[in-house]
Ligand binder design. Structure first.
Ligand SMILES: Nc1nc2c(ncn2[C@@H]2O[C@H](COP(=O)(O)OP(=O)(O)O)[C@@H](O)[C@H]2O)c(=O)[nH]1
Ligand SMILES: [Mg+2]
Length: 361
């Protein structure tokens, strides 16, 4: 399962966000406690809900993502080797950036300054990676002196490239790497290489500003950066929302001029950021969303469900979400209208396609 680490400075709203995401209502006393909390969050998907309305399955299974709330400040985490081990396991990082003013809650750095916080955390990740690169390069030079070896040479070349970027304060996620370089660097699980989702934690008075994330991205120079996305939530409002019934929530949102909770948007942004898409399987027993990287083939998709289906792969029957809705979920009608396609192993699966695998064994 996909793992996303929630990081940031102290008292920026990490634990608040984690609790909203995971619907855990552990007491406030828990926040600030030096423990890592893990929670599984289902990925909201209106299309899957619609499919379930058509098929009335016994089981409805959303895709899910694991979120990890990290204790203390990401700066301390990056500086202490053992703690950063937890960060290294993550597929992506969510950096919660404080934008809310509250004199009762001290701000790290003495004032609320989202742009400064983005820079100082980024620098910390960069320095942590640089230390790893330098240490490895030192060893590598010695090894290469002892024996010439193309794999070691490639590693050295990739590490030198990484070093140069890091010394110029450029995070590794922005580096263009050849497949060989990427392979050579993969094992180091560099922190600044991980895709980054910035979540601006807004004050209540800014909660309804739909342009807040975009404006901040512009201001902080985060726009158009590779593998970087920016979104905004108001932790305080989302926290109250999560305690309300659906009706009350709608009313509460309206009172802030908001249309919907920002949380589903946040979860979906992390999906897009990681280049992930969903395909669906449907039936009376189960309707389910599966997660695959963009560009995956029908054979990869089969393997996501079960290795037996992958091994015995014969054909994939594929229909787009829009087409299946068009025929009100009737596969025979879809077949009549030639909307259901038979595809082979190499077929590239698209987001929201409904796939049925024919397989042997
Ligand atoms: N005013 C305001 N306070 C918030 C907001 N988000 C979190 N807080 C408060 O800030 C404090 C620290 O939050 P917490 O989630 O524990 O921060 P962490 O240290 O990053 O995990 C708590 O008292 C929260 O209630 C927000 O959007 N607005
Ligand atoms: Mg916390």
């Amino acid at each position: 399962m996909l793992k996303i680490g929630i990081v940031g400075l102290s008292l920026v709203g990490k634990t608040t966000l984690f609790q909203i995401l995971t619907h855990s209502h552990s007491s406030k006393i828990a926040s600030g406690k030096p423990e890592t909390h893990v929670g599984v969050v289902k990925v909201p998907d209106a299309r899957l809900d619609r499919l379930a309305e058509m098929f009335h399955p016994q089981k409805l299974v959303h895709a899910s993502v694991e979120y990890v709330d990290t204790p203390s400040s990401v700066i301390q985490l990056a500086r202490t080797g053992t703690q950063s081990a937890a960060l290294k396991e993550m597929d992506a990082l969510v950096h919660v950036v404080r934008a809310f003013e509250d004199s009762a809650i001290p701000a790290e750095g003495g004032s609320v300054d989202p742009r400064r916080d983005v820079e100082s955390v980024e620098l910390e990740l960069i320095l942590s990676d640089l230390a790893v690169v330098e240490k490895r390069l030192e060893r590598l030079e010695k090894d290469i002196k002892k024996q010439k070896n193309p794999a070691l040479e490639m590693e050295r070349q990739a590490l030198e490239k990484a070093k140069q970027a890091l010394e110029g304060q450029k995070p590794l996620r922005e580096l263009e790497l050849s497949p060989q370089e990427e392979l050579a660097l993969r094992g180091f699980t560099f922190l600044s290489l991980k895709p980054m989702l910035y979540v601006l934690n807004l004050g209540e008075k800014d909660a309804a500003r739909t342009d807040a994330a975009d404006e901040f991205a512009q201001e902080a120079g985060l726009k158009q950066r590779p593998r970087t996305a920016v979104t905004a939530v108001c932790g305080k409002i989302e926290e109250e929302l999560s305690e309300l019934s659906e009706e009350e929530a709608a009313e509460f949102l309206a009172s802030y001029n908001l249309k919907e909770s920002a949380i589903s948007r946040l979860i979906r942004s992390s999906y897009a950021l990681l280049g992930l898409i969903s395909f669906f399987t449907v039936g009376e027993d189960e309707c389910r969303a599966w997660t695959i990287p963009e560009g995956s083939t029908a054979l990869d998709a089969a393997g996501e469900i079960h290795s037996d289906i992958q091994r015995g792969f014969i054909r994939a029957e594929v229909i787009s979400y829009a087409d299946l809705i068009e025929v009100a979920g009737s596969f025979s009608e879809a077949r009549n209208r030639a909307l259901l396609k038979l595809e082979g192993k190499e077929y590239v699966v698209h987001d929201a396609e409904i796939v049925h695998f024919r397989h042997s064994g």
